[in-house]
Design a protein around this ligand. Structure first.
Ligand code: UD1
Ligand code: CA
Length: 481
């Protein structure tokens, strides 16, 4: 190994040492009130687990260290956290104070401020946390808690302020006296601590309370007794919403959707009816795109600029180029739509459907694992599966690629400028060369050479004057009954 350069490392270390930041995220609890088999922090908002919202916000602060305290379904939570933080196990959930203490090993050697966040308080913004941190630092405090005012304080810890400034403590809902129950300023569950104070005080916590738990909240009173605590109130109380039940989850989703949609509107996207649009946290939308009512953009969906989505569409993990028009009722999953394409109404693009530039897919057309080259069209009632289609080809109404023989899927290859007549079955594996024509109603089972016409001989027969005779026969029969 090349020689270490301790001087460079230690200089940088010293430069940052003045004020270091660590973040601890509490995510071990099951969340009984969710009544779910899934642990609470894995429930999703805007398609992203609660704990990931908190992790992403924490990352915006550029902390030196991030630790996540895991417990229930620890392995799944660890997988979601991934490389973003160190996970520490709290095998038994003995309270929030006990949980933070478990993070101590992950923060060994760390000196500075420790921001404690909750895996179930997902709407908090980085700017708010920065303000909390600044106020904590400039006040020279040991502990600062973030509070909010709520209409329904039940369930939250109450902020009990004394007559003197800095005299503050938190009383958990189940430990409140009757007069304290009326307090509407509550603990968000988010705090900033001096690391030395944090570890020392956590070691001395008792569990003499209604829940028999080690309460992190008790640290506020401890710091207050030394004149070094404060409570900062949120400007926007929505940021402090704690998700404890499915009702809270729905409320958080509504608030987050409002925030996400507002963000896209500010960046030049029109929503015809924001109340019925849904956009995932990961989705991206280009400028001057118009999103119609009842549209869901899920997962990693990316819509280009100047697109029109008429409405009632569901897109998941789909890439949409610029200037695309999705008519009413389009469903897509892991598909790619080239610039200028027109899709729908009522079309279904399944995984690995790839539409080139200016492709047209019309009503009741299903495309799966197939590529359509620039300018090709399938405008009515077709199934295109496991197919490669060249440029400017026309797939007639009712065309079916028969790709499955009951055991495996087989490919269909269609060249450039091919004209497939209506009601054609292409029995795969099969190939149709460039410029070939297929007559309507054909069943194609072998290769069609470029420029050829393929058709099945199904001679037409006609019986003159048949209808009159038929009606007479049928009518007589009915009367006789
Ligand atoms: C906590 C606060 C309360 C505050 C509320 C805000 C305490 C004692 N109470 O109450 O004052 O108003 O948050 O949302 O801190 N957790 C662990 N291990 C544990 C216990 C909890 O990791 O042993 C985690 C949970 O997974 C959750 C968070 O800590 O993410 C908060 O725990 P929760 O049980 O929801 O606390 P609350 O009763 O909401
Ligand atoms: Ca909670």
């Amino acid at each position: 190994m090349a020689g270490k350069r301790p001087s460079a490392v230690s200089t940088r270390h010293r430069a940052n040492k003045a004020r270091q930041l660590a973040v601890v995220i509490l995510a071990a609890g099951l969340g009984k009130r969710m009544r779910s088999r899934t642990t609470k922090v894995l429930h999703e908002l805007a398609g992203k687990p609660l704990v990931s919202h908190v992790l992403d916000t924490a990352a915006e602060l550029g902390p030196e260290r991030v630790a996540v305290v895991v417990g229930h379904q620890a392995e799944v939570v660890r997988a979601v956290v991934g490389e973003r933080a160190r996970c520490v196990l709290q095998a038994e959930q003995l309270g929030t104070g006990h949980a933070v203490l478990k993070a101590r090993s992950a923060l060994r050697g760390f000196r500075g401020e420790v921001l404690v966040l909750c895996g179930d308080v997902p709407l908090i913004c980085a700017a708010t946390l920065r303000r909390l941190l600044e106020s904590h630092r400039s006040g020279g405090r040991l502990a600062t808690v973030l509070s909010m005012i709520v209409d329904e304080p039940a369930g939250y810890g109450r902020i009990v302020r004394g007559p003197a400034a800095g005299e503050v403590r938190i009383v958990e809902h189940r430990d409140t006296r009757r007069d304290e129950k009326l307090i509407d300023e509550v603990n968000t569950g988010l705090y900033c601590f001096d690391s030395a104070f944090l570890w020392k005080s956590l070691g001395s916590l008792g569990r003499d309370n209604a829940q028999g738990e080690y309460y992190l909240t008790d640290l506020i009173e401890m710091a207050a007794k030394r004149g070094k605590a404060a409570c900062e109130a949120l400007d926007d109380d929505d940021e402090g919403l704690g998700v404890n039940s499915r009702l809270d989850l729905a409320e958080a989703e509504a608030l987050l959707q409002e925030r996400i949609l507002r963000g896209w509107m500010e960046r030049g996207v029109t929503f015809i009816d924001p109340a019925t649009a849904y956009v995932s946290a990961a989705a991206k939308i280009g400028r001057d795109t118009v999103i119609g009512p009842n549209t869901r953009l899920e997962g990693d969906t990316r819509i280009g600029s100047d697109c029109r989505l008429d409405g009632s569409s569901y897109l998941r993990d789909t890439k949409v180029g610029t200037g695309v028009h999705l008519r009413w009722g389009v469903v897509t999953d892991s598909a790619e739509i080239g610039p200028g394409a027109k899709v729908g109404p009522y079309a279904h693009l399944r995984p690995e459907a790839e539409l080139g530039r200016d492709v047209h897919i019309g009503n009741f057309v299903e495309v799966k694992k197939s590529r359509l080259g620039r300018g090709s069209k399938a405008n009515h009632l077709a199934y295109i599966g496991d197919a490669t289609i060249g440029r400017d080809a026309n797939i007639g109404a009712g065309t079916i690629t028969c790709n499955y023989d009951g055991f495996s899927k087989h490919p269909t290859v269609i060249g450039d400028r091919v004209q497939i007549g209506s009601d054609t079955q292409l029995v795969a594996p099969v190939e149709v060369g460039n410029d070939a024509y297929i007559a309507a109603g054909s069943t194609i089972t072998s290769k069609v050479e470029p420029g050829a016409l393929a058709f099945n001989v199904k001679p037409q027969r006609t019986r003159a004057d048949w209808v009159r005779a038929f009606r007479k026969r049928a009518g007589a029969k009915k009367k006789g009954k």
